[in-house]
Design a protein around this ligand. Structure first.
Ligand code: ADP
Ligand code: CA
Length: 409
């Protein structure tokens, strides 16, 4: 019997999807999570407690566990756990991305350096110590300020002039006070790259990229904050542009040194070229994976687990339909009171499901400080146009009651 290890910072919905997928392929799945000490054995199966700020120690715990209970593959669910996974995999001689590569993916400055050295187009970029705001910023405008090591567009802010730059810098600095580690010491500034944005979901085997899907992001992402909303696949870009996206991702995979496992890349098309925003050594986040299904109804989670076990997944094409997901943005700060019209919105043509992941009574924090969504809408259909329309219509029908959060006294 083969056993898989899943590393995750949360024991929430994404981890639960992987657990279900493991049950479907009848493979025991052990969890390693930093939440274990709080939730004490959340899955009641002896999860391995790890600590994000102690990657070596955490990897050693996994190796020790594996001595008694052999592990045959591992999957890391988010950027915070990829380094622990890589260190453990190296020790256990399991296929995964090397530690150096995942560190580059987790650090937007190191990633830019690698992309530049590999000859990929990069914007003007420089990192500033977060502790000392530059008094007269000598940067090009418009620009984007961002922390080095957060994700989901948290703390990413566009500035068009010096005043906006200073305000953005201070806002990110305040946010970083609650974040640990080396990456929290810096704020990166990049020139703003205009153009259409896409995401590429792939899986790497022995350094070779297989593209699973290219997602268009049809809503403009011009700032000042960069909220993800709609992802639709297949892409409506012409074949030449799609080929260029694949070629750029292949270059980025090689530049960073990614070897084995899922990758998620984000790019912009600008001046006839592909500008890599980032490449992550993990699958697409949240519940978005549900937008991807493969031959015989196999889910993305299942495909990733099988790949981690070393099975060949090359002959499993994506389903022929168009598919999409909308990450429902948080419209304003407050307390979520109620969600109405779920039934009519779910019943709209093309809509396959709506999952409200925010809880009633939950405090909602919009970008740039926040990092979650209200939920997800899924749609499928014959064309990407139809899918996009279905997502928009369902979203318009939903109604969210959000009451102002009372300030703490
Ligand atoms: P995160 O890891 O938090 O997602 P990213 O670097 O991917 O951070 O930035 C989030 C979003 O901000 C991107 O998807 C893109 O829309 C926008 N963005 C980031 N950097 C730039 C840039 N240099 N030019 C234009 N848009 C950018
Ligand atoms: Ca991103």
């Amino acid at each position: 019997m083969k056993r898989l290890l899943l590393l995750s910072t949360t024991t929430g919905y994404q981890a639960a999807e992987f657990r279900k997928a493991a049950e479907r392929i009848r493979t025991p799945l052990v969890l390693a999570s930093d939440r274990c000490h709080v939730l004490e054995d959340p899955w009641r199966d002896g999860a391995i407690p790890i600590r994000l700020e102690k990657p070596e120690e955490s990897a050693a715990k996994i190796v020790e566990f594996a001595r008694e209970n052999p592990i045959h593959g591992l999957v890391a669910l988010g950027d915070p756990v990829t380094l622990i996974a890589a260190l453990a995999a190296r020790e256990l001689q399991l296929p995964f991305h090397p530690p150096d590569a995942v560190e580059v993916c987790r650090n937007k400055y190191l990633a830019r350096e690698r992309f530049r050295m590999a000859g990929l187009p990069v914007p003007w970029y420089r990192r500033f110590p977060a502790a000392a705001p530059p008094p007269a910023p000598d940067v090009p405008f418009p620009c984007v300020l961002k922390p080095l090591g957060l994700s989901a567009s948290r703390g990413v802010i566009r500035a068009d002039n010096a005043a906006e730059f200073r305000a953005a810098f201070d806002r990110i600095r305040a946010l970083l006070r609650r974040v640990l580690g080396e990456a929290a010491q810096w704020i990166q500034v990049e020139s703003f790259i205009p153009g259409r944005e896409v995401a590429l979901e792939g899986i790497v085997t022995a350094g070779r990229l297989r593209v699973l899907a290219i997602f268009d992001k049809p809503d403009p992402l011009d700032g000042p904050f960069f909220e993800e909303t709609i992802y639709v696949t297949p892409s409506r870009l012409d074949p030449a542009a799609q080929q260029a996206l694949v070629a750029a991702t292949e270059k980025a995979v090689a530049a960073v040194g990614l070897r084995h496992g899922p990758v998620h890349a984000e790019m912009r098309l600008h001046k006839g070229d592909v500008w890599m925003l980032e490449i992550a050594a993990r699958p697409i986040g949240g519940l978005c994976a549900r937008a991807l299904r493969f031959a015989d109804g196999i889910t993305l989670e299942e495909l990733i687990l099988r790949h981690a076990l070393g099975e060949a997944i090359e002959d499993l094409p994506r389903e022929p339909t168009a598919s999409g997901v909308m990450m429902i943005p948080i419209p304003r700060a407050g307390i979520l009171e109620r969600v109405d019209n779920l039934e009519p919105a779910s019943g709209a043509p093309g809509v396959e499901g709506i999952e409200i992941t925010a809880k009633r009574g939950e405090k909602l924090v919009p970008l740039p400080e926040g990092s979650s969504y209200l939920g997800f809408i899924f749609a499928r259909g014959d064309t990407p146009e139809f899918v996009e329309q279905a997502l928009r219509q369902a979203h318009q029908q939903l109604s969210f009651s959000i009451s102002p959060a009372l300030p703490l006294i």
